[in-house]
Design a protein around this ligand. Structure first.
Ligand code: DC
Length: 224
């Protein structure tokens, strides 16, 4: 069993940036579970399956296989053997991932892969239900969040840098909807685990957040 760090929080809190940097510093593997949901969302979108049709989505994903591999330390997601990593960060894929993440068939499909990675490696894994559902015994759990304004501003900047034209209001509305949907679904909703450390990053810069997590890691890890 590897040493596992679970990171959960809403969209745009900076989970992936932070978790990636912590992984690099500690020599851990970074597991981005959102990318796995996004890969299944891409599969469903490519087949024009309506994302609000749970039965149709459940049937469609039976034929999808998600695997991951690492290249120069970065996670790549393979969908039925094809590297789809570059297609996953689009807004429409994220929104579809949020929609299909509510379905049991979709979650079941990814749970085994996530747990296996954590069993075999030292991992920092981010998502919505890692501390509450996937890695309930993780010795370090972080709930990473920031105000809606801070998160919308960051996401807007990230999209603009990639040339995706969205208004700030639209990005903010998308984040609010995603927050609502991710926290209100029946299955594995986004929640802070009772034993997770709450980190509000609205007024912290990236190096400060990274250092806070590294410090917690050294406090929790007593076997090295
Ligand atoms: O972290 P992200 O934005 O890449 O995630 C996209 C969506 O996938 C998110 O809005 C909800 C879903 N998701 C999930 O249900 N459970 C996870 N562990 C990770 C993501």
């Amino acid at each position: 069993m590897g040493f596992n760090i679970a990171v959960d929080g809403p969209s745009g809190a900076g989970k992936s940036t932070i978790a990636k940097a912590v992984a690099r510093e500690l020599g851990f593997i970074y597991v981005d579970t959102g990318a796995m949901y996004r890969a299944l969302a891409l599969y469903v979108l490519n087949r024009q399956v309506p994302v609000d049709d749970e039965k149709a989505v459940g049937q469609a994903v039976e034929n999808a296989s998600v695997t991951i591999r690492y290249k120069d330390g970065a996670q790549q997601v393979l969908l039925n053997g094809e590297n789809v990593t570059g297609l996953l960060r689009q807004e429409k894929v994220g929104n579809a991932a949020s929609a299909i993440g509510a379905y049991g068939k979709v979650r079941e499909k990814l749970l085994g892969l996530q747990r296996q990675l954590a069993a075999d490696n030292d991992v920092i894994m981010d998502g919505r239900d890692i501390g509450t559902n996937v890695l309930t015994d993780a010795p370090l759990k972080i709930f990473l969040t920031a105000s809606v304004d801070a998160r919308a501003g960051r996401r807007y900047k990230e999209l603009a840098e990639r040339g995706e034209k969205e208004t700030l209001d639209h990005v903010r509305a998308g984040i609010e909807k995603r927050d609502y949907d991710d926290t209100h679904r029946a299955l594995a909703p986004l929640r802070q685990a009772p034993d997770a450390v709450y980190l509000d990053t609205s007024d912290m810069d990236i190096p400060q957040v990274i250092q806070a997590i590294i410090k917690l890691y050294h406090e929790r890890r007593t076997d090295v």
